[in-house]
Design a protein around this ligand. Structure first.
Ligand code: B16
Ligand code: MG
Length: 215
């Protein structure tokens, strides 16, 4: 099989915005006297904003009105936007730029497949935007990972069959989404949490793209 495109998740793969999401959710939790833990934040990785709030309210055993939820979603995002406003290229995860350079030279198309509605801002702030042929983010999908929609739209937007696409993901739900979409999945992180991935690497440091993208 000749693979033609690499589809990247954003948070946890190209940059670490989980720290900013954590801070913003923790601050919001004060409104209903709840202290979010780091372990819980792990479970919010790759999960959409609305679903994240529902999970947190569930953990807090707080039954919110729709009005409260709407207000809190706005407040959380305002805080998150404040926190990411100073992001810069130094926050691109180690080895990512070298890997992007390698796959570009090898002729792969490059797309983003992220749950975040703030993906474009983050790509702009970090200078990653010019690498991408296509961006599919939380504004363009209606179903969250593990539904394959975000990656299928990526393949379609690039004019490719899913079978020639390789997805890079740090969350199990994202790996499941890639597999459900008939794509290869490369997990970034720990083998314990990414067991469904076709290959797993801890990060992009020193990775040889030509070898990694052989299946
Ligand atoms: P936003 P990814 C995800 O990004 C984050 O991991 C997750 O924590 C966040 O809730 C979600 O984006 C939505 O983000 O509030 O900015 O729309 O991993 O899919 O790139
Ligand atoms: Mg992620």
């Amino acid at each position: 099989m000749i693979y033609k495109a690499c589809l990247f998740d954003l948070d946890g793969v190209l940059v670490d915005t989980a720290i900013y999401h954590f801070q913003a959710w923790k601050n919001l939790g004060k409104q209903f006297a709840y202290e979010l833990t780091e372990e819980q934040n792990e479970q919010l990785k790759g999960v959409s904003r609305v679903e994240s709030l529902n999970k947190i309210l569930n953990w807090a055993n707080y039954s919110a009105t729709q009005e409260e939820k709407n207000t809190w979603l706005i407040e959380k995002n305002e805080e998150y936007l404040r926190l990411i406003s100073n992001m810069n290229p130094s926050e691109i995860l180690p080895g990512v730029l070298d890997f992007l350079q390698q796959i570009k030279s090898l002729g792969y198309k490059i797309a983003l497949g992220s749950a975040s509605k703030n993906a474009e801002i983050i790509l702009e702030k970090t200078g990653l935007m010019p690498w991408f042929d296509l961006i599919i983010d939380g504004n363009k999908v209606s179903k969250s990972k593990p539904d394959p929609e975000v990656f299928l739209k990526g393949a379609e937007g690039l004019g490719l069959q899913p079978e020639v696409c390789i997805v890079f993901e740090d969350a199990q739900a994202g790996v499941e989404a890639a597999k459900a979409g008939n794509m290869k999945a490369i997990g970034i992180g720990e083998p314990e949490t990414l067991s469904l991935a076709d290959k797993i690497i801890p990060n992009f440091i020193g990775v040889k793209a030509a070898e990694l993208l052989q299946f």
